[in-house]
Write a protein that binds this ligand. Structure first.
Ligand code: NAD
Ligand code: G6P
Ligand code: MN
Length: 440
């Protein structure tokens, strides 16, 4: 059986250990010969990498493991790059969230002004990694989680149209695992239709393998509880995630024909979100005090003890999704997965140049899109507005245009006026010095 070489870019990410644990679980169906971690922050990465090195030595000594900040070493002889970088790290995420809140506007990692600011930082970082990969391993695939995935996907469509990059998100799978628990079946038995943009989509059908319609039963649950249900080994277990899953009730009420992605709450209920957010302690603070502390202390614990026996690293949907995707490409499994891809008619009555999130069949030559037909007026209207925001951000980045970025913020459904958009923009420019291209 062929054995693969994988580089994880953003080796110091809180999600790296989970992916490695998941890869270890799959050694029979997806064997690895070489695993490398790459990051541009040597100190941060070394904690995660030293711990993963101990783990790998104990559980899979046959895998050649290394970590580095040198691009040539990281990207030479690689089959898959799994990318999850965060340009500006949590310190900048905190600013993305807190600056809009000063003006009573949603402050979120990927939605609204925060997502726009993050996008302006991420584009350059992702292009850099993609170029390293194509220089040193031109046949490799880059599977990209780095957010904001919608803006990153549009940027790579515009600027690297022939690149072997697939942009992905774990939220639909996270929700589908919840759907499966609600129904008492396995998520692998769900067969769905879905359309939208990243963090901006809807399920139009949920069936089981025999083609039985599961929507009525799901809708009954969602109407009362949203997707709120307790599950084990969950990356979305914090109280704030419970609230997000519960709020789906109200998002669902706006269009009871479909089942929504959780992220729509930021666009349909921005006033509610702002009222329920502490402007001095946002999600970035929760993550720094929660997941980041947990993962790094588990890593330090392994290093101190010199063993990863009963280690505190966790596997979750995030890890299983990217490993399944790599395996589908490696072994032509033809699995149906939701990916962020160029529309080109897959959604019939929507911009063919938009990057949309839809089901695809994944095999050794990449993916084939499954057409989703025509979409309703309500979703189409929302998506046209949002895709225009995303396209304007990318144009602003390419052209260094203040005007276009102001338009992007003004057009975001989360921002009430051009005046407030301008104030937020001016603060974001100040905060992002050294990360954004200079705007004229
Ligand atoms: P993190 O800050 O813990 O990890 C990110 C790492 O990237 C850091 O170690 C940082 O030093 C590194 N980095 C930053 N810029 C880099 C560059 N130019 N080159 C190489 N490395 C660089 O963040 P996290 O919370 O673990 O999340 C990681 C990323 O994954 C974020 O972009 C997050 O939004 C994304 N994410 C996406 C999904 C999805 O559904 N698409 C799900 C979860 C996380
Ligand atoms: C979901 C989304 C990701 C996002 C993550 C944020 O999984 O799909 O795109 O990065 O949530 O989670 P956090 O716990 O960092 O707020
Ligand atoms: Mn996502």
């Amino acid at each position: 059986m062929k054995q693969f070489s994988i580089t994880v870019a953003g080796g110091g990410s809180t999600f790296t250990p989970g992916i490695i644990m998941m890869l270890l679980d799959h050694q029979e169906s997806f064997p690895i010969r070489k695993l490398c971690l790459y990051d541009n922050d040597a100190d941060r990465q070394s904690v995660i990498a030293e711990a993963c090195g101990i783990l790998l030595k104990e559980r899979a000594p046959q895998i050649a493991f290394s970590y580095t900040t040198d691009p040539e070493a990281a990207f030479t002889d690689v089959d898959f790059v799994m990318a999850h970088i965060r340009v500006g790290k949590y310190a900048m995420r905190e600013k993305d969230e807190k600056i809009p809140m000063k003006y009573g506007v949603v402050g979120q990692e990927t939605c609204g002004p925060g997502g726009i600011a993050y996008g302006m930082r991420s584009i350059g970082g992702i292009l850099e990694i993609l170029d390293y990969m194509e220089t040193y391993s031109p046949k490799a695939w880059m599977l990209n989680y780095s957010n904001p995935a919608a803006i990153v996907a549009e940027a790579t469509r515009r600027l690297r149209p022939d690149s072997r990059i697939i942009n992905i998100c774990d939220m639909p799978l996270g929700i589908m695992v919840r759907m499966a628990r609600i129904l008492g079946i396995s998520e692998k038995d769900l067969d769905v239709s879905y359309f939208g943009l990243n963090h901006f989509g809807w399920w139009t059908a949920v069936k089981d393998r025999e083609g039985r319609d599961l929507m009525p039963q799901l809708k009954k649950y969602v109407k009362e509880n949203g997707y709120d249900i307790n599950i084990e080994e969950d990356q979305h277990a914090d109280q704030s995630w419970h609230e997000t899953f519960r709020k789906v009730r109200d998002v669902y009420a706006v269009d009871p024909d479909t089942l929504p992605n959780t992220y729509l709450k930021y666009y349909l209920y921005p006033d509610y979100v702002v009222e329920h957010t502490d402007p001095n302690y946002t999600r970035a603070n929760q993550v720094m005090d929660g997941r980041e502390k947990k993962v790094f202390s588990a890593a330090r614990d392994i290093i101190e003890k010199g063993t990863a026996e009963d280690c505190g690293f966790m596997k979750d949907d995030h890890a299983s999704y990217i490993v399944d995707l790599a395996r589908a490409l490696a072994f032509n499994t033809k699995e149906k997965m939701l990916l962020i891809v160029p529309n080109e008619g897959a959604i019939e009555n929507f911009d063919p140049t938009a990057m949309v999130e839809i089901p695809c069949i994944v095999g050794k030559d990449g993916y084939e899109k499954i057409a989703q037909g025509r979409i309703p007026q309500f979703q189409k209207g929302l998506m046209e507005q949002q895709v225009s925001v995303e396209k304007l951000v990318v144009e602003a980045w390419i052209e260094g245009s203040y005007q276009k970025l102001w338009q992007a913020l003004t057009l975001s459904k989360t921002v009430p006026s051009a005046g407030i958009a301008k104030k937020i923009l001016d603060d974001l420019i100040e905060a992002n010095k050294g990360y954004w291209p200079e705007l004229k």
